[in-house]
Design a protein around this ligand. Structure first.
Ligand SMILES: Cc1cc2nc3c(=O)[nH]c(=O)nc-3n(C[C@H](O)[C@H](O)[C@H](O)COP(=O)(O)O)c2cc1C
Length: 175
């Protein structure tokens, strides 16, 4: 975890519209597969990431409420679309729109998780996502205790969705 924003360079990395950043994890979120685009953007070797928690690319400016929503959704067998900013090894960052899904075995048990990420729409980032995530992060940082901060920003996110009368997915698709 850790909120080590000092290690961020402020330099944004970009990838092409026809590229897809792919990773797979086990049930605990440890990386079991990462494609070359993933490794290129995050600046890691395959050896660096395999077996590591997916938070290896976590950017400290990402609100924890979004990851709670991600895990709450996929652990109940559902898929999720979410905007995420990740951190490269050297502290650069890159924005993605991520599709995260559970993988199932023949009996319907969840065996792991899978994520495909594409280039996000810059207007949506600038108009909605960055202001929203900034507010959520600020809410989280008001509390000394991370658990209280998460509860507060999670409530903030759900109140916003309630006001709009939409579920998170509908919100993402309405942008
Ligand atoms: C399939 C899958 C893909 C994920 N992709 C990312 C990602 O690209 N970036 C990220 O920060 N967290 C990702 N996560 C969430 C991490 O597991 C973790 O919850 C998050 O980085 C927050 O870390 P923390 O709980 O240690 O603060 C992913 C989880 C799964 C299951």
């Amino acid at each position: 975890m850790g909120t080590n924003e000092k290690n961020l360079t402020g330099v944004e990395r970009f990838f092409d519209d026809d590229e897809i950043i792919v990773s797979k994890t086990d049930l605990k979120g440890r990386i079991t597969y990462a494609n070359n685009i993933f490794l290129k953007l995050a600046d890691f070797t395959e050896k660096d990431v395999l077996g590591q928690p997916h938070s290896i690319v976590r950017n400290p400016t990402m609100p924890r409420a979004v990851f709670k929503l991600l895990w709450d959704t996929v652990q109940t067998g559902k898929e999720l679309f979410a905007y995420v900013v990740n951190r490269s090894k050297n502290g650069d960052h890159y924005w993605v729109i991520a599709h995260v899904t559970p993988s199932f075995d023949a009996s319907g048990n969840i065996t792991g998780y899978h994520s495909n990420r594409r280039v996000p729409d810059r207007r949506i980032l600038d108009d909605t996502i960055i202001p929203l995530y900034t507010s959520l992060l600020r809410e989280e940082q008001k509390y000394d205790n991370a658990k209280d901060g998460l509860a507060a920003s999670h409530a903030m996110l759900f109140n916003l969705l309630k006001e709009k009368g939409v579920a998170y997915d509908e919100f993402v698709f309405s942008l």
